[in-house]
Design a protein around this ligand. Structure first.
Ligand code: SF4
Ligand code: SF4
Length: 150
């Protein structure tokens, strides 16, 4: 849903690197760095929504998060499906898999491509040791699903 003129990742590389290195879910901040809704994707409403960066409450980031699959009791704490809910359910122990960013319709494709090209090899090798562990979601499949939406 981002606009045709999307953020130039070179201009936000430093802040993006800081966001991606923290253990707090990164999707909301990547959404705010993005271009916002494209007018081609808005309903026929009188209000001008182009450029709006709000969370659409689609829940994609919650559905894809491996922390919430591994620990479903966390997910039961709220029915909300927003990035704010994700941050309350995964406060500071994010796996830094970046799947939530890749599936968010409000994050610019430029940011997604940057992450795929610069971070995915490191993510796979960092999480590799956990693949196949008991209670661990299939991280290969998670990333495959997230990447298929880029
Ligand atoms: S999907 Fe990955 S990056 Fe996003 S909050 Fe969950 S563990 Fe963190
Ligand atoms: S994936 Fe959906 S719910 Fe999550 S931050 Fe993006 S718009 Fe909001």
């Amino acid at each position: 849903m981002p606009q045709q003129n999307q953020v130039d990742v070179k201009e936000i590389e430093a802040i993006l690197s800081e966001i991606l290195s923290s253990r707090v879910p990164p999707v909301a901040r990547c959404r705010l760095l993005s271009s916002g809704l494209s007018s081609g994707h808005t309903l026929d409403v009188t209000e001008e929504l182009g450029g709006v960066k709000a969370c659409l409450a689609c829940g994609n980031c919650i559905d894809i998060c491996p922390v919430l699959v591994r620990e479903p009791h966390r997910r039961r704490k709220t029915q909300q499906r927003t990035s704010m809910a994700l941050e309350s359910l995964v406060p500071e122990d994010c796996d830094r898999c970046y799947a939530c960013i890749l599936v968010c319709p409000q994050v610019d494709t430029t940011i997604k491509y940057y992450i795929v090209n610069n971070y995915m090899i490191e993510v796979m090798s960092r999480l590799e040791g956990r693949i196949g562990s008991e209670g661990e979601p299939d991280l290969d499949l998670f990333l495959e699903e997230a990447l298929s939406q880029v």
